[in-house]
Design a protein around this ligand. Structure first.
Ligand code: SF4
Length: 501
C-alpha cells in the first residue's frame, strides 16, 4: 500500500484493547473520539493527508527502494542531502496546516537512526542480525504506512547516576528476561510525543552506556496496543478548552500531546530487536538521533513562526497600526529570527554527511543541527514576545467565545472590541485565540527548549565538534607566533563519535 489516507490512519488506531491509555485519570479505549486526544489525532492525520493534497503531495511522498513503491515521506530513509532538505521544507509546510506539532517526526528520525546504527554494527562488527531485523521492520512500516512514535527519554531517576547505579533499577528501560523467542522489557519513557495515537513505538536508549549498563542498551519496536503497555497522557496549557466543544477559544483545533509510556514486563520478539546489550553503540545511537531531530526543528518551528507572524500582522491591521514604523520594525525582527532558524536547518541538511556504505545513511551536519536547535531554544520566545507586544493586552484578557455568543452581553462585546470597521469583534477574538494558543503553547515554547535535548546538550555537542586547537593555530600563525601546517578543512570541525564509529 505505501500510502494511507488520513481517514485510514484514524480507522487504524481506533481501538486499544491491550494497552491502557489514561487521560485525566480515566481509561480511554477509543482515542479518536476522546475530546482531549482528538486534536492530536487530527494533527497526526494531517501528515497522512499531506501525501494527497495538492500543495504538499510532492514533498510528502517519495519512492522507497526498500519496498519498490512510493511511501509517505515520514517513513522514508534519507537517500541524499536533497531528502534532508525536503524534510525541513515539509515540516515548515505542515506547521501551516496544523498550527502545532504534528508528532510524526520522532518515529521518522528513529527509523533513519536505526538504519545507520544497525548498518554500522553489521559493517564494523559483523553483527548483521540487527540490520536484517531492522530492514524487515522498515518494510513492514513502509508497506502499511504506519504512524510511529519514538521513545528515547527515560525517566532517569537520580540524574548524576548511571542506569546500573540507580536506586530504582527500572529508572531506565531494561531487559529483565531473555527467552528463546524474544525478550521481556521493563521501565518507563517520559515526554513521548503523540504516543497515545500511534500504531507502533520504537524504543531507544537515552544516553551513552558503560559495560555495567548493558541490560539498558537495547532498542526495539512494539505495536502500541501490546499487553503490559500503559500510557498516561500529560496536560497542557488551555487543554480544558478542548472539552468545551466551542469553535473559537481552542483555535487552532489541532494540538499535540506528550505522554508517559510505561512498559511493565512487555514481551518483544527477537525479530523486533535492533540492539541488544550493545552498550558501546548506545552513545552513537543517541548522537545520530538527536542531531536528526535538532535539524527538524528548523522546519516545524519556523512554520509555527509563520503562523505567529501572520497572526500578529493581522491583529495590527485590525487595530489600524500595521503601517506604523515601530510595528513594521517588530514584524521584521520576527522575520529575521524565524528565517535564521530555518536557514540553519537548511545548512545542516545541505551539508549532510553519509555515514554508511551503500544506499541511504545520510546524516545531517551535526554542528549546524546543534546550532539550529540552540537557536530554537531562544528565538521562539522572542518571536512570541514581539507578537504579544503587537497584539496588545487583550491577548491575556479577552472574554470567552461563550460571552460573545450570549444574546445580552454579546452585542456589547461586538461593539466595544471591534477595531477598524473591516474586521468584526469576532475576527479579533478568533485571531487573538489563535495567537494565544500557538505562541504560548508547549509546541512552540517548552518543546523548543527541551525537545531533542535541552540547551546544555547542544552546547556540549558544539564544544566537542569545534576544534579550538585548530583555530588557535590559525590565530598564532597570523600573529606571527608560529607557523602552521596546511589544513584542508574549511570549517574547524572535528569528526563526531558517529562519524568515527
Ligand atoms: Fe515534528 Fe517538530 Fe513535533 Fe518534533 S517538534 S515531532 S520535528 S513537528
Amino acid at each position: 500500500m505505501g500510502l494511507r489516507t488520513g481517514d485510514q490512519y484514524v480507522e487504524g488506531i481506533k481501538t486499544r484493547n491491550k494497552a491502557k491509555i489514561y487521560v485525566l485519570g480515566k481509561r480511554v479505549h477509543d482515542v479518536t473520539t476522546n475530546l482531549f486526544l482528538k486534536p492530536s489525532v487530527l494533527s497526526f492525520k494531517a501528515t497522512f493527508d499531506a501525501a494527497f493534497e495538492e500543495d504538499t503531495r510532492d514533498l510528502a511522498r517519495v519512492y522507497s527502494p526498500f519496498v519498490g513503491e512510493e511511501v509517505n515521506r515520514w517513513n522514508s530513509i534519507h537517500m541524499g542531502p536533497q531528502d534532508l532538505v525536503a524534510k525541513v521544507k515539509l515540516l515548515r509546510k505542515l506547521s501551516h496546516k496544523t498550527g502545532t506539532c504534528f508528532q510524526r517526526c520522532v518515529g521518522w528520525d528513529a527509523l533513519n537512526t536505526l538504519y545507520i546504527v544497525t548498518k554500522k554494527m553489521a559493517e564494523k562488527e559483523g553483527k548483521g542480525i540487527y540490520y536484517k531485523n531492522f530492514i524487515k521492520y522498515l518494510e513492514h512500516v513502509q508497506r502499511r504506512d504506519l504512524a510511529l512514535a519514538g521513545a528515547m527519554t527515560d525517566v532517569k531517576g537520580v540524574r548524576p547516576l548511571k542506569p546500573s547505579e540507580q536506586p530504582n533499577p527500572d529508572a531506565y528501560v531494561r531487559v529483565v528476561e531473555e527467552r528463546d523467542d524474544g525478550i521481556v522489557v521493563r521501565g518507563a519513557k517520559a515526554n513521548i510525543t503523540g504516543i497515545a495515537v500511534v500504531d507502533e513505538v520504537i524504543v531507544m536508549p537515552t544516553r551513552a552506556m558503560t559495560e555495567k549498563d548493558e541490560a539498558y542498551a537495547i532498542s526495539f519496536a512494539i505495536p502500541l496496543d501490546t499487553e503490559g503497555v500503559t500510557v498516561v497522557v500529560g496536560r497542557q496549557l488551555n487543554d480544558a478548552r478542548r472539552l468545551e466543544e466551542g469553535e473559537i477559544d481552542g483555535l487552532p483545533y489541532m494540538f499535540n500531546h506528550e505522554g508517559l509510556l510505561i512498559l511493565d514486563d512487555v514481551f518483544v520478539p527477537w525479530d523486533r530487536v535492533f540492539m541488544y546489550r550493545e552498550w558501546k553503540w548506545a552513545g552513537v545511537l543517541v548522537e545520530v538521533f538527536s542531531a536528526y531531530h535538532r535539524q527538524g526543528y528548523a522546519g516545524c518551528k519556523s512554520g509555527l513562526g509563520d503562523v505567529i507572524i501572520g497572526a500578529a500582522y493581522n491583529l495590527a491591521k485590525q487595530i489600524g497600526v500595521a503601517d506604523k514604523p515601530h510595528v513594521r520594525e517588530k514584524l521584521t525582527e520576527m522575520v529575521f529570527l524565524n528565517e535564521t532558524m530555518y536557514s540553519a536547518g537548511l545548512a545542516a541538511s545541505w551539508e549532510g554527511k553519509k555515514l554508511v556504505e551503500g544506499d541511504g545513511g545520510w546524516w545531517v551536519n551535526p554542528m549546524y543541527a546543534n546550532v539550529t536547535k540552540h537557536l530554537v531554544t531562544r528565538f521562539p520566545y522572542e518571536v512570541s514576545r514581539l507578537a504579544h507586544d503587537i497584539a496588545g493586552g487583550l491577548l491575556g484578557t479577552a472574554p470567552s467565545e461563550f460571552d460573545l455568543k450570549n444574546e445580552e452581553v454579546g452585542k456589547l462585546i461586538a461593539k466595544y472590541l471591534q477595531g477598524v470597521p473591516e474586521f468584526t469583534a469576532e475576527d479579533r477574538l478568533r485571531m487573538l485565540r489563535l495567537l494565544e494558543n500557538t505562541s504560548i503553547s508547549v509546541a512552540y515554547l517548552v518543546e523548543s527548549v527541551h525537545g531533542a535535548g535541552s540547551p546544555q546538550a547542544q552546547r556540549i555537542s558544539m564544544e566537542r565538534i569545534y576544534d579550538f586547537d585548530a583555530v588557535e593555530k590559525i590565530a598564532k600563525s597570523l600573529a606571527r607566533m608560529s607557523q602552521r601546517k596546511a589544513d584542508p578543512r574549511v570549517e574547524p570541525h572535528r569528526p563526531t563519535d558517529s562519524e568515527k564509529a
